[in-house]
Design a protein around this ligand. Structure first.
Ligand SMILES: [Zn+2]
Ligand SMILES: [Zn+2]
Length: 366
């Protein structure tokens, strides 16, 4: 039996339950969980803002050691063909069962919109087994895409970036940051922090981080922001400040990662005419906002793109980026709290109250 932290329903207290070890099918594996992330999405799940099959075991981005593996004939391999073995330290794409047969998968090539898509820690019920990261062990069903962490990548570095790093990479991809362009980032949580880092690595010129509280803005400077703006300024003042930094034009690229509806309107205001705006902070329904189409969109000629979920290639490249740049970008230091399974409620509260930029569940901790 393995202990798991279960979220029984919206706003209900978390519980520790004992779940049986899965009967591993061919191609399946069991991970001994090393770290599982507490993401803003978990707070939203607890608030009942996503339709999920409670009870669930939260935790969609995790790192673990392969404790058991039931090989297929050719072995269970990563995308490079290298066989995975017991003892390997891996992470895995939380998205599973994308069908690669429907219109969204094959024609539109938008697999994040595939109706068959399931997500560890979100869309699987705890009644189905160890299919979330806040547990001593995680059941890797056949076909789950595991990635062995390179030897030079500390698990703490990857999980420090974690879900936010993967989402940030997707958003920065969509923004098509060109060398020397100015990038404004609204929101300095884990997603915003990694967007700052990846924009800087992409060769952006000015990288302006906008958000709160102040200690997160200080951290954003360490991630690569060249200037920061706090939320004590009015949105008009923030817009004026961005124009000051960008010679009166506004930012070439604006990426919203705050989850605030008002930030979407502010993003349109601080983009330059003909600039690009990516909205990735609204994974759940955070409400609506008034937009003035003439002034904020048409006349400005802005390009707006939405960013929801991630694909395998984002996950794969996030691991490679963490390995290559982990000594320059302080992802591992973004973790401000580590919690044993039975303290998951404290971890959730720390993320909800913004005391912690990033909290981790460490099932082996006491
Ligand atoms: Zn997440
Ligand atoms: Zn599909």
């Amino acid at each position: 039996m393995y202990a798991a932290c279960v979220m029984p329903g919206a706003r209900q207290p978390l519980e520790i339950r004992e779940l049986p070890a899965p009967d591993l099918e061919r191609g399946a594996a069991l991970l001994q969980t090393m770290y599982s992330e507490v993401c803003g999405t978990d707070v939203h799940l607890h608030h009942g803002r996503l339709d999920v099959p409670f009870p669930i075991i939260p935790g969609h981005v995790s790192v673990g050691r392969i404790a058991a593996l039931r090989d297929t004939n050719g072995g269970v391999c990563g995308v490079d063909g290298e066989r995975l073995r017991e003892g390997d330290v891996v992470t895995f794409l939380d998205v599973h069962e994308t069908c690669n047969a429907c219109y969204h998968c094959l024609v539109a090539q938008q697999p994040t919109r595939c109706a068959k898509r399931r997500v560890y820690g979100i869309t699987y019920s705890a009644n189905d087994g160890l299919l979330g990261g806040w547990a001593e062990a995680i059941w890797m069903k056949p076909g789950v895409k595991m990635i062995r962490l390179p030897d030079d990548l500390a698990p703490e570095t990857f999980i420090g970036g974690g879900c936010g790093l993967v989402t940030a990479l997707h958003a920065v991809d969509l923004a098509h940051v060109r060398l020397g362009e100015s990038v404004a980032v609204l929101g300095v949580g884990p997603v915003g922090q990694s967007i700052v880092a990846l924009a800087a690595l992409s060769g952006a010129g000015d990288v302006i981080a906008i958000g709160a509280p102040d200690d997160r803005l200080v951290f954003a400077s360490r991630m690569g922001a060249t200037s920061t703006l706090g939320l004590s300024l009015t949105s008009a003042d923030r817009t004026a400040s961005v124009r000051d930094v960008t010679r009166g034009r506004g930012a070439d690229v604006v990426i919203e990662a705050s989850g605030s509806p008002e930030a979407v309107s502010n993003a349109l205001d601080i983009a330059r005419d003909g600039g690009r705006v990516v909205i990735c902070g609204h994974y759940t329904d955070n409400g609506s906002v008034d937009i003035h189409p003439h002034w904020q969109i048409n006349r400005k000629h802005v390009e707006i793109r939405g960013c929801w979920g991630s694909q395998y290639h984002h996950f794969h490249r996030a691991v490679e980026l963490a390995a290559r740049f982990g000594d320059r970008v302080p992802w591992s230091e973004m973790v401000s709290g580590r919690y044993a399974l039975n303290r998951a409620a404290d971890a959730l509260a720390a993320v909800e109250s913004r005391q912690a930029i990033k909290a981790l569940i460490v099932p082996g901790a006491s």
